[in-house]
Write a protein that binds this ligand. Structure first.
Ligand SMILES: [Zn+2]
Ligand SMILES: [Zn+2]
Length: 166
């Protein structure tokens, strides 16, 4: 069952054929592959992987952040290919937090060091996703007709949240 699970990074492939092997220790071939695997690790709550792939100079003591992610779109990669020593990946990721759907637009910096890609840091912008905008989950529907529905249906936080994602 678990091996057929679709990878949370949005590649459309099975987790076991996408970011799963990276989480298990396989080196990412490109900065984008690492970025996707780190997003998937956020979705899955794999903080050990996030630490292992974070540059020691910039890795924070406490790893926090949203846990209810809605989707990832990689927009642009600069460098970060096999043989490069550094690269950037620009992406948009959306998550739900405190009854709102928010979007993170980040350009992440990666370096290749000791045979591995590592996340260094990123420039990021956060904003709320409007209810008439396309849903960040990639369904093609407007947010208010898709993942935004539940936001308004259950304004109270917590207890009545449907168990999605698992
Ligand atoms: Zn993946
Ligand atoms: Zn949606």
């Amino acid at each position: 069952m678990a091996t057929e699970e679709r990878c949370p990074c949005g590649s459309g492939r099975a987790l076991s054929a996408c970011c799963g092997p990276l989480h298990a220790g396989k080196a990412a071939a490109t900065a984008e592959a690492l970025m996707r695997a780190r997003y998937a690790a956020y979705v899955l709550g794999d903080t050990a992987y996030l630490r292992a792939t974070w540059h020691p100079d910039t890795c924070p003591q406490e790893l926090g952040g949203p846990t209810r992610w809605l989707g990832l779109r990689v927009l642009h990669c600069d460098g970060g290919q096999a043989g490069d020593s550094e690269g950037t990946v620009e992406f948009v990721a959306a998550f739900r937090e405190a009854g709102r759907v928010r979007q993170l637009h980040e350009t992440s910096r990666f370096v290749h060091q000791g045979g591995r890609w590592l996340y260094v840091d990123g420039d990021l912008q956060l904003r709320d996703v409007g209810r008439n905008e396309p849903c960040p989950c990639g369904s093609g529907r407007k947010l208010k007709h898709c993942c935004g529905k539940r936001v308004t249906a259950s304004p109270s936080s917590g207890s009545t949240t449907p168990a999605s994602g698992r």
